[in-house]
Design a protein around this ligand. Structure first.
Ligand code: MF3
Ligand code: CO
Length: 261
């Protein structure tokens, strides 16, 4: 989500979810995971992102779910497809054809019985450069490093710091202007989950907190710009960018992954 300006207003209230609600989020997340399974099978040179969008929308609707992104603030598609130097919110198009050597980030949201699942993955197309491979490994690794810290009793800044450290220690940069978020009956809820920060700071994590953790990492600088379409966010310096996201539910032990099969 877009990083809003810090405000001195009173802290937004955070909704904790019980086991029944987490099951409902898990069911929505499973639909999202099924879409990613199909994306992984269909990502190949020659396919367009519009075709991927159609496949995704079919799967979402066939499970009785609704594409969360479609119509969100006027967004025109069911998934986001962001190539190479595009970071997030790329719009699928019949003209956008995958080519060997590309990396494409696919972000998927599904709402099932009023509960939202949100997950993104960056896929290699054909054979990709060693730098691109390292970027994908660092970004996925940063996500898992953050998930490892997502345990009741720790603090929000522990997650942020782990993500940042994992990416930066491998020579990559963390995008600042977009963040993870709480997820529940709507896609974007408090808290904002930054991908950079200080361990031991921020709100105390509690069981039942449900968040979408989504590091966006670049091979260059972290500044971004938005295309004339008003959606596509890309790196200001043209460097490659990757994006991995899972929705998770916090616990006293390892977080429950909501957006898996
Ligand atoms: N994972 C993205 C986010 O949290 C998905 C939003 S795409 C939009 O911002 F099209 F719905 F805006
Ligand atoms: Co998200």
């Amino acid at each position: 989500m877009i990083r809003s300006a810090p405000s001195s207003a009173k802290k937004p209230s955070i909704t904790l979810h019980d086991a029944r609600e987490i099951n409902a989020l898990r069911a929505a997340g499973r639909v999202v995971a099924k879409v990613h399974e199909a994306m992984r099978q269909n990502v190949r040179p020659g396919i367009s992102t519009a075709e991927l969008n159609a496949i995704a929308e079919d799967i979402i609707r066939s499970h009785g779910a609704v594409p969360t992104f479609l119509g969100y603030r006027g967004y025109p598609a069911s998934i986001c497809t962001s190539f190479n130097d595009e970071i997030v919110h790329g719009i699928p198009s019949p003209q956008a054809i995958l080519r060997s050597g590309d990396i494409v980030s696919i972000d998927v949201g599904a709402t099932l019985h009023g509960w939202v699942g949100d997950s993104a993955w960056t896929y290699p197309v054909g054979s990709i450069s060693q730098q691109a491979q390292q970027l994908l490994q660092a970004t996925e690794g940063a996500l898992w490093a953050g998930i490892e810290q997502a345990v009741a009793g720790k603090r929000l800044g522990d997650i942020s710091a782990a993500v940042q450290h994992y990416a930066e220690s491998r020579g990559f940069a963390v995008v600042r202007e977009y963040t993870g978020h709480g997820v529940g009956r709507t896609m974007h809820e408090p808290p904002q989950v930054l991908n950079y920060g200080k361990a031991g700071t921020g709100m105390r994590l509690r069981s039942g907190l449900t968040i979408a953790l989504e590091p966006m990492i670049t091979a260059g600088g972290w500044l971004t710009k938005i295309d004339a379409d008003g959606w596509t966010v890309r790196t200001a310096d043209g460097s490659l960018s990757a994006h991995f996201e899972h929705s998770i539910a916090l616990n006293t032990q390892k977080a429950i992954l909501l957006t898996t099969l």
